[in-house]
Design a protein around this ligand. Structure first.
Ligand SMILES: [Zn+2]
Length: 68
């Protein structure tokens, strides 16, 4: 039997986050422990990073950047 469960560590609180199967690159997950939104930055091995860009924030950030 092959266990397809994969796990990675939350960069914020070091909690081990498990997935039933490997999430896709760029997928967003929420840490159940610290509620931080994380993004899959690498799939093999699975690595999570902070998700700085949320869909609706992107436009806002762009507008701010243009103003500078
Ligand atoms: Zn966390």
């Amino acid at each position: 039997m092959t266990d397809k469960t994969v796990a990675s560590i939350c960069p914020e609180c070091d909690t081990k986050i498990r997935f039933n199967e490997g999430p896709g690159l760029g997928a967003f997950v929420r840490c159940p422990e610290c509620n931080t939104t994380l993004e899959v930055v690498r799939t093999a091995p699975l690595k999570l990073g902070w998700a700085f860009e949320e869909p609706f924030d992107e436009e806002e950030g762009y507008r701010v950047r243009r103003r500078n």
